[in-house]
Design a protein around this ligand. Structure first.
Ligand SMILES: [Zn+2]
Length: 723
């Protein structure tokens, strides 16, 4: 399995400078004031919380409290922005840049709690509040980003920044603010601003069209049959689920719904080759069947509109605009990085193909392996080569034990942290646990909430976010939460999880550490407020400690007997980690290259034919394996057309290069030691976005990141260092 990368976006406030207005709703403080009259001292968000660390008072917050508090927060932010912009005094760092940092504290306070409960504990009232507030937040960001008086002040400070005697973090903030405003179009003439607004609207509309077409297309392309024998290989439970899905789709027989990815996990079980082929082809062509749900015209236009937007903003293509504030800086760097991965990953996949073809030939199959055969036969290879049964390992991974003796233990050894459970802090659901985190000298560092069990009112996946972010300027300390979706045991039973879930706990806690160790003045630069191609680095880095012997032996103990996991079982987990990685990595790199090809189209290029474009893009980047299609085909690549990852899918791979490279540094310098941990905390984890992440990384490493350790970790041949 690829590593999990799930993190919720930061609160809306920190996104304001980067949130491009998708909404055309005009918003002024006057037309909101009428609705905010219900907001007063009896609202629990009215004043900062009196709980430790200003933790949200969930015992007092009612669902109905959010809407008036959010509206009052928006009004307050607008008014504060107006005062800053209209200030008759000449612009200074204090009266403009710092004033912006201090603004909107009510909205930040509400959004922290609101993001938490809407993600992990949703209900109809909250859903309605979210639907109503989303366009207002978009309009708020518009009102700030495109305020010419406000930008004129920032521009002046930016121009004079080197003569203002600013400390490095303050200087970084000036440059950061300036770039966010320029990116959003603040420098454009009024005519061009109007043009940009139109382009943004068309982009948002196309994106929404894509999302709804794809949802319908994916549902419609589910494989349906009345012939039970076509489904040979499925278990009784899987057949029952397929029969239920048929009822939901209002058809007779059985239905196999499609997953988002090209490959369909159900193919692993289907022994009938014709069925496998049909399921796969439904997946591959789901959004290319002509008719209402065909997305090809939509994405072709979307790519063109984005290129035109880049041109308007003064960039050669969309990716150049998008990557300017990322660690990679420009599309060439990201593309070079990916191009270098192609030979190794395709070679590994070709090796896996040989293993699979050997099984097919031994069975006298009489065919060459095709994408629809891969899951089915690779599972036979897995059983033959890496027999690992999760029911054998799970008793060694009881969730609280993993948390205390694994996740917390590693943080204690590396950074000297200690943890104490707090049962007096109110929570939004009884499943949530709260810990106070103490620093080396027993100083109060942070609050950490964890909400690990699946509920049907919770979003899927796992993520980290904060109720309160760290800032010396605002005098706030971090209040962080992790959410996951592990199966909840019956009352009185232990919660036993898979090693994948264990890895997820370490991953999300890596984000948590990034938030907890934040030690910055300004909230905009604090903790996890870093570029997308850097943010998964601390989390993926923390995953490595899950299998570090000293840590693993401390938590991998049988929940009943306390006996350590037998070494041969632990060895199987380790060995299985690189199984099928050639395929998995190739399909990921293909998708990331496709994304970058689409977003480096020239603004003057004609409308593309998506199928021709995709085939040419894959050929151009050196992919020639018929049996490994991209993880997402262009016509159903939700991340880049619908989910804000345009020109950003490479970030997963980029962060992975950093985390594997960083772990290698630890291995080369004595492994898990306090000295190594403290150095990493001081030079990386505490720094947020206070310096260019590339410089932060290079300074800590003493060089440039090397892609070799990632290839090794994936079980691919290590390459020569990239130039
Ligand atoms: Zn993550």
């Amino acid at each position: 399995m690829p590593k999990t990368h799930h993190r919720k976006l930061r609160s809306i406030l920190s996104q304001i400078p980067i949130l491009l207005a998708a909404s055309a709703i005009a918003l002024t403080s006057s037309n909101l004031s009428a609705q905010t009259s219900a907001f007063g001292p009896d609202n629990p968000f009215y004043a900062p919380s009196k709980l430790p660390f200003q933790a949200p008072p969930f015992d007092k917050i009612k669902d109905a409290d959010y809407m008036p508090a959010l509206e009052a927060g928006i009004t307050q932010q607008l008014e504060e922005t107006r005062v800053i912009a209209d200030n008759p005094a000449p612009p200074t760092f204090e009266n403009t840049i710092v004033a912006i940092e201090k603004s909107g504290q009510l909205l930040t306070r509400v959004m922290g709690a609101f993001n938490g409960v809407t993600g992990a504990n949703m209900n109809p009232v909250l859903q309605k509040t979210q639907d109503q507030i989303t366009p207002k937040l978009a309009a708020l960001s518009d009102a700030i980003n495109l305020n010419p008086k406000l930008f004129a002040r920032i521009q002046k400070i930016y121009d004079e920044r080197h003569s203002l005697n600013l400390d490095p973090e303050s200087l970084r903030l000036v440059e950061y603010d300036y770039l966010q405003f320029v990116h959003a179009g603040a420098k454009l003439s009024d005519t061009d601003k109007a043009a940009l607004k139109k382009i943004n609207e068309e982009e948002a509309n196309l994106s929404n069209t894509f999302i709804s077409k794809l949802l319908a297309a994916t549902k419609e392309a589910a494989y349906a049959t009345k012939d039970k024998s076509a489904l040979a290989g499925l278990s009784d439970a899987q057949l029952a689920a397929a029969a239920q899905a048929a009822k939901d789709h209002k058809v007779e027989g059985y239905v196999l719904p499609l997953q988002n990815t090209t490959q369909q996990p159900i193919l692993l079980f289907l022994s009938n080759r014709d069925t496998r082929k049909a399921v796969f082809e439904n997946s591959w062509s789901r959004a290319e069947r002509g008719g209402d749900n065909d997305t090809r015209a939509t994405i072709a236009r979307l790519a063109q509109v984005r290129a035109q937007k880049a041109k308007l903003l003064g960039y050669p293509n969309y990716a150049a605009w998008k990557l300017e504030d990322q660690m990679a800086k420009n599309p060439q760097a990201a593309i070079k990085f990916m191009d270098d991965l192609v030979p190794q990953t395709t070679a590994k996949a070709a090796g896996e193909e040989k293993d699979i073809q050997a099984i097919i030939d031994a069975e006298k199959g009489g065919f060459k392996v095709e994408p629809w055969d891969w899951e089915f036969y690779s599972d036979q290879v897995r059983k033959a080569k890496y027999d690992l049964d999760e029911s054998q390992t799970k008793p060694y991974f009881e969730v609280n034990n993993v948390l205390h003796n694994g996740v917390f233990y590693a943080a204690h050894l590396l950074y000297g942290l200690t943890f104490k459970q707090r049962t007096d802090i109110p929570v939004y659901n009884p499943d949530v646990q709260v810990y106070e985190v103490f620093d080396v000298d027993n100083k109060h560092l942070a609050l950490f909430y964890c909400d690990y069990f699946k509920r049907d009112n919770k979003n899927g996946g796992a993520w980290m976010d904060s109720f309160v972010g760290q800032s010396k300027l605002l005098g706030t300390q971090p209040v962080i939460f992790n959410v996951a979706n592990f199966p909840k045991p019956a009352a009185g039973e232990p919660a036993l999880i898979s090693f994948t879930d264990v890895t997820t706990m370490f991953h999300e806690f890596g984000h948590a550490l990034h938030g907890m160790f934040a030690d910055t003045e300004y909230p905009s630069l604090s903790g996890t407020a870093v570029p997308r191609d850097f943010v998964e680095f601390p989390s993926q880095f923390n995953e490595h400690w899950a299998s570090y012997p000293e840590v693993f032996q401390n938590y991998a103990k049988h929940y009943k007997t306390g006996a350590p996991m037998p070494p041969e079982l632990a060895a199987k987990i380790k060995k299985a980690a690189t199984f099928n990685e050639g395929y998995i990595f190739t399909e990921l790199v293909e998708a990331a290259e496709l994304d970058m090809q689409w977003h480096t189209i020239s603004p003057d290029a004609p409308l593309q034919d998506p199928d021709n474009f995709e085939a040419a893009a894959l050929k151009k980047t050196g992919f020639n394996l018929s049996y490994v299609p991209p993880r997402y085909r262009s016509s159903y690549f939700m991340h880049i057309w619908g989910n804000g990852y345009a020109a950003g899918y490479y970030a997963y791979l980029w962060s992975e290069m950093l985390d594997d490279d960083a772990y290698k540094w630890f291995e080369d310098h004595g492994g898990l030691t306090r000295a190594n941990g403290d150095r990493f905390r001081k030079m990386v984890l505490s720094r947020g976005n206070t310096e260019d992440p590339e410089k932060i990384y290079d300074t800590w490493l003493g060089g440039k990141p090397n892609v070799g350790p990632m290839l090794e970790d994936r079980g691919l041949e290590p390459s020569a260092p990239s130039k």
